[in-house]
Design a protein around this ligand. Sequence first.
Ligand code: ATP
Ligand code: MG
Length: 447
Amino acid sequence: MVLMGSRCLSAFCQRVSKMYQASLVLPEGSKVADIKCKSHRLMLDAGLIRQASPGTFHLLPLTLRALEKLIKVIDTEMRKVGGQKIAMPGMTPSSLWKTSGRYSEYGPELLTLRDRHDVEYCLGPTHEEAVTDIIAGEKMLSHRQLPIKLYQITNKFRDEMRPRYGLLRGREFLMKDLYTFDCSMEKAEETYRSVCEAYKEIFSILNLPIVQAVGATGAIGGSSSHEFHLLSDIGEDQVYHCSRCGYAVNQETVEGVPSCPDHLSQPECPMGLRQGIEVGHAFLLGTKYSKTFKADFFDEECKSRLAEMGCYGLGVTRILAAAIEVLSSDKEIRWPRLLAPYQVCIISPKEGGKESSAIHLAEWLYQDVCLHAPHLASDMLLDDRGHMTIGRRVKDASQIGYPLIVVVGKRALEADPKFEVINTATGSTEYLSKVELLQQMESIAVL
Ligand code: ATP
Ligand code: MG
């Protein structure tokens, strides 16, 4: 029984020797030294992404694992605010964009194509038109059916003037976009506050220091907008940020240095100008789109009224790159712990070396972890590339940033066997017995 179990687990073992990890391939004529953005360079260097064309990237296995974890976090928080997941086509009829007036407003950033009937479509850079058209199609919508909160996590297309910094500014990228329809401005504001809280919760789960900044409100009366930034020198937005109370505002929206509302009586308010990577955006739209597309409902008195809308974006691929940007050193990737592609990497001894008789111990350890901490079974790798030295593989694993690296070396062969455990987040190394190690493994949270 035990044997059968372990044989199954052994077949399941995820081995680095079998993992596809792309080598660094740069577009012709470019050099690593030309890549000024740390996350871009690290991700290319570690085989996490490969450029497909300017501003478009293949997301390779480790990246996709991290991305799927991020999507889980986002899905959970969207569900908590009542979001229902949908998927709208990437192709939106251009006629909808002409109706809203954004066809010309968006300009050359809008990518378009024509079908065989010569009908033109936009490759959606965002989906206010498409989603409002869905709701406008409901002719008998009652106030009882509101609020409606629909979101999707899909690829968006923008022919950016300057695609750069890898996943930070692409021409095709993954976005979470939520659209909400409420029956009054008051309710829409409530929704707005709850989604902003959900965004803060997402970044708090990821342990990322998010800054919520007042953004441009545009011409729509009574509307508000907030941007969510990770502060970094590579960021393309300028944000005034108070290091004391956290109040922040995008420079574009103010004239001169603003003061925090809480510090009006304190002239020494430490408001500094910082660069930020915009990872999210919340916008109270009011009736801008519901009016154009006639997305209305019947209120308690059976009178037709326009839905009050909000739209809320999160740059999913951008969050991943921005997190790497703010957490990593120049040489080594660090992830928000929960998003690391694998939580644990076990390194087996080198073949033919003094410790080679411990090779089977690495396999056993892998299986023991699967039995004692089954939640880690699909989050653990065995670096079984026995032709490489332990040191080289520790360097690799540390560069990719697996939170825990376990080395099965010569001390695993001693009478009182010990495993070397490297915590890449803290940089600490300790030697643990198998029991201690398994205990530590049990406490590792995974998504
Ligand atoms: P930016 O000012 O950086 O161009 P935006 O204001 O155009 O951003 P939104 O239209 O609000 O962005 O889109 C929602 C989110 O999508 C942004 O907050 C950002 O995280 C992400 N995003 C926007 N453009 C890109 C891009 N070219 N590549 C990757 N992510 C992007
Ligand atoms: Mg933009």
